[in-house]
Design a protein around this ligand. Structure first.
Ligand SMILES: [Zn+2]
Ligand SMILES: [Zn+2]
Length: 122
């Protein structure tokens, strides 16, 4: 079920979108592409597992967890990448559709309003 999400539905791989930005327009197809980061953890003992993306599927580098020997794992989506996780995290380029973009902008504006109100109160 989780893995359906990782199946690429677009033919463009957006390989020219830099990975060190949060999001950018793909120079090859014009889509707004967001770099999403994921962390793979052992389902049994919860430690971070090293992983990579193979044919749009997340796979752990080793079959068994080095800590508990389990083969089960789950994928956690990160809101951003920090250097502590960079050796474990895998990323995927995800196309953001226009709807999501609009929703997000409205939300950000509302948050700003709220911050203004708070600073007035203070
Ligand atoms: Zn593209
Ligand atoms: Zn484990």
């Amino acid at each position: 079920m989780i893995f359906d999400f990782f199946i690429t539905k677009h033919e463009c791989t957006h390989k020219n979108v830099p990975v060190d930005v949060e999001e950018a327009y793909c120079p090859d197809c014009g889509a707004l592409v967001k770099n999403k980061w994921y962390l793979v953890r052992c389902a049994c003992c919860n430690i971070k597992r090293k992983a990579h993306i193979e044919y749009s599927h997340i796979k752990t580098d080793t079959k068994f967890c080095p800590n508990c020997g389990s083969t089960d794992f789950y994928v956690e989506e990160l809101s951003g990448i920090n250097f502590m996780d960079v050796h474990y995290a895998v990323f995927k380029k995800v196309v953001i559709n226009q709807e999501h973009q609009i929703t997000r902008q409205i939300w950000v504006e509302e948050e700003c309003e709220e911050q203004k109100l708070l600073s007035v109160k203070n």
